[in-house]
Design a protein around this ligand. Sequence first.
Ligand SMILES: [Zn+2]
Length: 262
Amino acid sequence: MPARVSEALVLRTYPLKEADLIVSFLTRDQGKLRGVAKRARRPKSAFGSGLERLSHVRMGYFQRENRELVNLDSCELIRSQFTLVSDFATSVALDYFAEASELLLPAAEPSEKFFRLLLAVLESLRPAAGEEDGASGRLWRAVTYFSLWAVRLSGWLPELHACLSCGSHLDDPESPERAFFSRGRTGLICGHCRQTLGVGNTWELSRESRTIAGHILRQPVAQLASGGWTQETAADLRRFLVQQIESHAERRLITVPMLENS
Ligand SMILES: [Zn+2]
């Protein structure tokens, strides 16, 4: 039974028999793993508060061959998200990050980029030195940034500059096209195809939001100014991304309506 210690983010816990928990966690080096934390629900357990959702920890565990679940041995807290969850909307955003990561990440496939994405968006929720307010701007910036990169790193981000039906360029500076999306359809279609295909319910992805998507793909989250962000900023882009996640996963994300209504 080889022992390992991995830097990790806790995604989710489920009660198991008696006082045990099953813990889903994303490691920096081994990808997403699931393990059993014995007696974790007892007072004074060896895991303390380290198994809270999105706690950043050093997880000690044993991996046994041919076993899907690892055995958790210890959990040393590097950073809790305790200070963030006092704000209800931010707490729901954390639920969304955890739910989407759980859904998108395959088991035991290392993805250090995804790990770093989560650390960066969590960090971006904290006020910078000298910054007192603006939690709402930071929240929508983080949620939008995370959604776009999570879809991209999962390999599910469609082309954003061309109509997926006829191939026409949507961002031609001479004659920019409007872009539309619909549930269950990958990618964007132009206004002409929207009419001729008879695609039913569609939403528009505005040029402004497509521009924001371009910034997100080129810059670290901390470099995007959070000052101008509100819930309306790039709301159409988030809807588009959530629909891409849901149609690939064939499941709805339960935290999304909570987040958008919080
Ligand atoms: Zn078209």
